[in-house]
Design a protein around this ligand. Structure first.
Ligand code: TYD
Length: 353
């Protein structure tokens, strides 16, 4: 077991933090790549291994700017493959932060199996590595969707899990494995539950990047049902900072909600994006058949993370305007993603609505 003395319950000590070796999984994805970039900038003495399966959502372009950095190493592999996990931890790591996941609710309705493999079995494989190798910290990046539909008030970390989609049920399964390993085997694990995240480099299947890129192309945007569903929006950089804060200061065995504090209906988001792209609701919104089992509202209290010293910094209006601008200025990033596999998915998802 490495650095056993540092496995205390009060966060990672300063000396230890100075030369941290960290395994980030799913680091080619949207939030994972934001996290890797944050570490390289703000924790310059750390070294990072990124284990990523390079599924449709894992995009090397997301980290093309850091690929030559000697503090960063890439391993191509699946978190559900114990050999790949062993390879990526072979030099010894101090912490694992798990971003690797299937994340899109609509895909989980079309094809649930991949979600079980990555979001449950993958978590199990990582937890086994933490247990076997005595890794000092494991942070599971989860989601507010595990609480299910929240009619009123805000979910707190002790609330029951009531997932209602194959996606959120598999994330809840992952969370429960983490908590069970913490209880049964004393694995030093923590969980973060983030709210809906937005920002540059998000795969254009999710609401904001799908709508922005459609609008840039003068295409309509498909609003599910009445569009009055509510999500709480969090900028990816604030989310990444929240996860880093929990890694460094969180208490083992605990769960931390990380919410943006920006509740909006989907129609409000749509209106803002339409305005930012110079289109109109009349010509560019199509109301399509609702998502089956669509959660009406998510809302979390981030009080516990705030007590730990984290709070979001980016005002929503600024973050959203900058995000729209990023998609306008980075067509070379998203255009290739909207061809090929995406076209098939878009057809399956939207053609019969
Ligand atoms: P999404 O970005 O898929 O995130 P999640 O379902 O995990 O919250 O969707 C955000 C909201 O936008 C959700 O209420 C579904 C809605 N939505 C649409 O109305 N149309 C779309 O084409 C998409 C992708 C989402």
């Amino acid at each position: 077991m490495r650095d056993a003395g540092l496995r205390g319950e009060d966060g990672i000590s300063r000396e230890y933090g100075e030369a941290m070796k960290i395994l980030v999984t799913g680091g080619l994805g949207f939030i994972g790549s934001t996290f890797v970039r944050l570490l390289l900038t703000e924790r310059p003495t750390w070294t990072i291994t990124n284990l990523d399966a390079m599924t449709y959502a894992g995009n090397p372009a997301n980290l093309a700017d850091v690929a030559g950095d000697s503090r960063y190493h890439f391993v191509h592999g699946d978190i559900a493959d114990a050999t790949a996990v062993r390879t990526s931890t072979s030099g010894g790591v101090d912490a694992i932060v798990n971003f690797a996941a299937e994340t899109h609710v609509d895909r989980s309705i079309l094809d649930p199996e991949a979600f079980l493999r990555t979001d449950i079995l993958g978590v199990h494989t990582l937890l086994e590595a933490v247990r076997e190798q005595g890794i000092a910290r494991y942070v599971q990046v989860s989601t507010d969707e595990v609480y299910g539909d929240v009619a009123s008030g805000e979910s707190v970390e002790t609330d029951a899990l009531r997932p209602r989609s194959p996606y959120s049920a598999s994330k809840a399964g992952g969370d429960l494995q983490v908590l069970a390993y913490a209880t049964t085997f004393g694995v030093p694990a923590l969980i973060t539950r983030g709210s809906n995240t937005y920002g540059p480099r998000q795969y254009p299947e999710k609401l904001i990047p799908l709508f922005v890129t459609n609008l840039i192309d003068d295409q309509p945007v498909p609003v599910y049902g009445d569009g009055l569903q509510i999500r709480d929006w969090l900028h990816a950089e604030d989310h990444a900072r929240g996860i880093l804060h929990v890694l460094e200061h969180g208490h083992v065995g605990e769960i931390y909600n990380i919410g943006g504090g920006n509740p909006r209906t989907n129609l409000e988001i749509t209106q803002t994006l339409i305005d930012a792209c110079g289109r109109s609701m009349e010509t560019h919104v199509t109301h399509v058949k609702d998502r089956p089992g669509h959660d009406r509202r998510y809302a979390i209290s981030s009080r516990k993370a705030a007590d730990l010293g984290w709070e979001p910094r980016i005002p929503f209006a600024d973050g959203l305007a900058a995000t729209v601008q990023w998609y306008q200025q980075n067509e070379a990033w998203w255009r290739p993603l909207k061809s090929g596999e995406f076209r098939d998915y878009y057809h399956r998802q939207y053609a019969n609505r």
